[in-house]
Design a protein around this ligand. Structure first.
Ligand code: PAF
Length: 282
């Protein structure tokens, strides 16, 4: 596996592969890799000739007081894991490499970003769209892989690609979970023992909400209320939001119908966890 830190080195790698007619799969990450990231890399490995993974903790997508400085980082371990997942090129730029001077243009996401995490983290998806745009230009991927735990991020990136005609296919990959149902996340390391034991209730609450919707008797407001009540009494965390919306448009629903997302975010002492279930009702 080739590890590159600079944009010229990355471009040289990409140009060589493109000239040879090889198909590139991109896996953008912020590092501290876990099985979720590795499942993206393994899927990319199967579906492309070349896999490029990027590890970059992007300051533009962190708000004031968020965890940019203390976001977990372990490049040595990540390099080994990326190599074992079959990554061909690992791009690990410093902030100065990606943003050598304040940019005169950044992306503003005008749809799908004012709900869920976007509402709670103003500017977050503008930062994601800006860095993903740069990474698409730098790596010229045929396919790019994103985890569906960040379902709103996937909806925004799919919208970015569609709105601006990026020549890339974006692929959403199912969430990888611990045995007790907790979604794998780099931020799980922030949980105390007690919080870790209660955190699986996030997924259980969402399952309860979806089962209620499937039984067909409740309105979106009642489904959200039930999910919220379960979280309040079991998760031992502050509930940031519970939402039921159409997917991927993320519009409010009058009734639970069509393709939907039931999503929630909860806050523990040092970790904010998100999870969701995307489901269909006809
Ligand atoms: O999902 C992430 O890890 C990040 O938001 C991404 C897509 C790599 C952009 O920084």
């Amino acid at each position: 596996m080739k590890v590159v830190k600079t944009i010229p080195e990355l471009k040289e790698f990409v140009q060589t592969e493109k000239k040879a007619g090889r198909q590139i799969g991109l896996v953008p990450t912020m590092g501290f890799l876990h099985e979720g990231h590795l499942s993206l890399a393994e899927k990319a490995r199967k579906e492309n000739d070349i896999v490029i993974m990027t590890i970059f903790v992007n300051p533009l997508q962190f708000g004031p007081g968020e965890d940019f400085e203390r976001y977990p980082r372990d490049l040595e371990r990540d390099e080994k894991l990326a190599a074992s997942a079959g990554v061909d090129c690992l791009f690990v730029p410093e902030v100065e490499e990606m943003y050598p001077q304040p940019s005169i243009i950044t992306m503003t996401v005008t749809g799908r970003a004012d709900k869920l995490c976007g509402e709670k983290r103003p500017g977050h998806f503008d930062g994601v769209a800006t860095v993903v745009t740069k990474l698409f230009h730098l790596t010229e991927p045929d396919k790019a892989y994103f985890g569906l735990k960040d379902a709103q991020q996937f909806a925004v990136i799919a919208g970015l690609v569609e709105s601006l005609n990026f020549p890339v296919e974006v692929i959403g990959v199912e969430t990888i979970r611990e045995e007790d149902g907790l979604a794998k996340s780099s931020r799980n390391v922030y949980l105390t023992e007690d919080e870790r034991s209660k955190a699986p209730h996030l997924q259980k609450a969402l399952q309860l909400g979806v089962q209620t919707a499937e039984r067909g008797k409740k309105s979106p407001a009642e489904i959200k209320q039930l999910t919220n009540d379960y979280l309040q009494s079991h998760a031992g965390a502050a509930v940031d939001y519970v939402e039921l919306l159409s997917y991927p448009e993320l519009e409010p629903l009058e009734k639970a119908h069509g393709k939907m997302i039931l999503a929630a975010a909860i806050k523990y002492s040092k970790a904010r966890l998100i999870d969701n279930i995307i489901f269909n009702l006809n």
